[in-house]
Design a protein. Structure first.
Ligand SMILES: *Cc1c(COP(=O)(O)O)cnc(C)c1O
Length: 411
């Protein structure tokens, strides 16, 4: 019998060490908003599996979509072949995103979507015979993934940059405010291929929010200075911030849009890059083709469940639900401010963040949360929840109560 002691010696976890990893909890099943742990304890999942399981777990409609597709085929290569699940999903994505985004590239993870988007932008300028535009502008505290290209547009101070010093391409970083943005565009526009942004909410780089006016300003600066705009909505897409896509807060349209995480309702790994025809045409100007093609591109099971997830979301009263979650998170987290260990609380849509003054002892906090029947994965100074949209009021209350408890005890 393989047990957790064996596991700890052999199986790598995200951002972890071997040997001597932090403790992990074994999950035996998941249903609705509950994870069942080895031993039978049920905990409310306040993370929705890294923000992706927006409908909760074991969702009949999503199970059915996969089972139905499985009978036809689990996978076929996408080079030279196509299939209905990819066509149906592409059509849906084109329908629900801004009208200028007409072309869809299916990638197999968010990081790969970002890589593809960066390559598209670079190839676009190559197609125009511009060999100067090879840099990207992104925000301090940006997070865009863990692969090399994606890492290079993550905040250099707050990410893995230091581990790969001298090995990553160097790009340009700016804090999310209008003044600094104007200066950066004026100074660097000639070398800028694109600006890459997480619209409105910066996720893994610090769970920070910035104003819609900043995003609107970026759009107009990109226009003014002839720089492409890549919106990375891998974390924010599909309702998380209260809008279907966070770009809608500023009523802007990117040239390239990356989607992932909640795209499949948390069932399978899949991401998508949508582009304006000017990008695809630009790439082809010198007769070039887009040089990317993952083995599992447009996996039919993933496409089928993504389509079902989007249908389910759009058929639900998601706006009302997320508004209700936002209201309850604000109410529930407000009392955290009375703790002198808390620096800030912030809530947007179905995102609730408590920022502590000091970094937390994660294993201790996590054990305390589990005892209170809640699964969260805090990092650094950030204790946060991004629950699934189907969470009930009393379940959400249990999460915020557990978070409040963490701010008030000696953990
Ligand atoms: C999670 C995330 C990524 C990376 O996606 P993976 O599927 O983990 O590779 C990229 N950008 C943002 C904004 C993310 O939140």
């Amino acid at each position: 019998m393989f047990n957790s002691a064996w596991e700890r010696e052999h199986v790598w976890h995200p951002y972890a060490a071997i040997p001597n990893p932090n403790p992990v909890y074994q999950v035996t099943s998941a249903s609705g908003v509950y994870l069942t742990l080895d031993g039978g304890q049920q905990v409310i999942d306040g993370m929705s599996s890294w923000w992706s399981a927006i409908h909760g777990y074991n969702v009949p409609e999503l199970n059915q979509a996969i089972e139905k597709q499985l009978k036809d085929m689990a996978h076929v290569m996408f080079g030279g072949l196509t299939h209905q699940p990819a066509m149906d999903l592409a059509k849906t994505l084109i329908d629900i995103t801004p009208s200028n985004l007409q072309h869809v590239f299916f990638a197999d993870s968010g990081s790969v979507a970002v890589e593809t988007a960066l390559k598209m932008a670079l190839q676009y300028w190559q197609g125009r015979n511009n060999d100067k535009k090879t840099k990207f502008l992104s925000f301090t505290h940006a997070y865009h993934g863990d692969t090399f290209g994606a890492m290079s547009v993550c905040d250099p101070e707050n990410s893995m940059h230091h581990l790969y010093k001298g090995l990553l391409p160097t790009h340009i970083f700016v804090p999310p405010n209008i003044q600094d943005l104007r200066t950066a565009f004026a100074e660097h526009h000639q070398e800028l291929a694109a600006m890459v942004v997480e619209p409105i909410v910066q996720g893994a780089g610090g769970m920070l929010f910035y104003d819609a006016e900043v995003l609107a300003e970026i759009r107009s600066l990109c226009e003014e200075y002839n720089v492409l705009l890549i919106a990375d909505e891998i974390a924010t897409g599909f309702g998380r911030t209260g809008k279907l896509f966070a770009c809608e807060h500023a009523d802007i349209t990117p040239d390239i849009l990356c989607l992932g995480k909640a795209l499949t309702g948390g069932y399978m790994t899949l991401a998508a890059v949508l582009t304006d025809p000017k990008i695809s045409q630009g790439i082809q100007k010198q007769g070039d083709i887009l040089m990317h093609g993952p083995t599992f591109m447009a996996n039919p099971l993933a496409c089928a469940v993504a389509k079902a997830s989007i249908d389910l979301l759009l058929a639900s009263d998601w706006q009302k639900r997320i508004q209700n979650i936002e209201t309850l998170l604000k109410q529930g987290l407000l009392p955290c401010l009375s703790s002198d260990k808390v620096a800030d609380i912030r809530v947007m849509g179905a995102i609730g963040v408590v920022e502590m003054k000091e970094a937390m002892d994660i294993p201790i906090i996590q054990a305390d949360l589990i005892e209170q029947g809640v699964w969260l994965r805090p990092f650094g100074k950030l204790l946060y929840t991004m629950p699934s949209f189907v969470i009930e009021n009393n379940q959400l209350d249990q999460i915020t109560t557990a978070m409040l408890h963490c701010t008030q005890t000696e953990v």
